[in-house]
Design a protein around this ligand. Structure first.
Ligand code: IGP
Length: 268
């Protein structure tokens, strides 16, 4: 069974909702990313979105844009990024890994070699935010053949496309809480509650909510209406805040502890 399905099944049996952190791989470096992933698991994360840094992150706000710039300074490749998943697994991390990447690096890799590679490295899910459902048939077939879940995004403006997107979804449906780019928010799309119930009604696949979520209260609110909550920028911002600690060997553990404490506070 795909690790994502097993995780949702286990959470559902406990009546719990998943906490799904996002981090930019390679920020500040690949080895530290493995340690951050370990800290996220210890903090109670249920699966992790591993973000491949990209030079043109058009759907990202300033926090994740800065993280991508820091990571790309190290001249890392998508292969280096995916290796972090295998390194974290070998370090004992049990969580399902969802690879998050824009489409261009996948095209550069070559679709078939890409899927062969991520299968070998133990990736369970894939999010490609700039691959619309109208163009994803070949990717979907390769993903299904590899038992890797291609996780689609739906937005409050998706309206009649929601049924089509949600109906084909594997793993979970990524419900975007607000229009625009990623980033911490205090308010969400005014029709968000109705939107989530529409998505819920369109599929038996788990649904998760992301964009703008940064506090325990916001996590609790959306956990009631979904099977999972994704938190990216708030965690990437915390990583940015503790960078000086992470980059000094003698204070690295303190930096990791602060990241763990923040994510634990979200889980409650
Ligand atoms: O950063 P936020 O507002 O918490 O949203 C999650 C987001 O970071 C993550 O899922 C993601 C990172 N980059 C993206 C681009 C598009 C959609 C989603 C994403």
């Amino acid at each position: 069974m795909n690790r994502i399905d097993a995780a949702f099944e286990q959470l559902r049996s406990k009546g719990e909702s998943a906490l799904i952190p996002f981090l930019t791989i390679g920020d500040p470096d690949l080895a530290t990313s493995v340690e951050i992933i370990q800290a996220l698991e210890e903090a109670g994360a249920d699966m992790i979105e591993l973000g491949v840094p990209y030079s043109d992150p058009l759907a990202d706000g300033p926090v994740i844009q800065r993280a991508s710039e820091r990571a790309l300074k190290n001249k890392i490749s998508i292969v280096d990024c995916i290796q972090v998943a295998e390194d974290a697994r070998q370090a004992g991390v049990k969580l399902p890994f969802i690879l998050f990447t824009y489409y261009n690096p996948v095209l550069q890799f070559g679709l078939e070699p890409f899927f062969k590679h991520i299968t070998e490295k133990g990736i369970s899910g894939l999010i490609i935010p700039d691959l619309p459902i109208e163009e994803d048939e070949e990717v979907r077939q390769l993903a299904e053949a590899a038992d890797i879940h291609l996780i689609p995004l739906v937005a409050p403006t998706s309206n009649d496309r929601v049924t089509r997107i949600a109906g084909k979804a594997r793993g979970f449906v990524y419900c975007v809480s607000s229009l625009g780019v990623t980033g911490v928010r205090s308010d969400f799309h005014q029709g968000i509650d109705e939107f989530l119930s529409t998505v819920r009604g369109a599929t038996n696949t788990p649904i998760a909510v992301g964009f703008g979520i940064s506090s325990r209260e916001q996590v609790e609110r959306f956990a009631k209406q979904s099977d999972g909550v994704i938190v990216g920028s708030a965690i990437v911002r915390k990583i940015e805040e503790v960078l000086p600690l992470l980059l000094t060997e003698s204070t690295k553990q303190e930096g990791l502890a602060q990241i763990k404490a923040f994510v634990s506070s979200l889980k409650g």
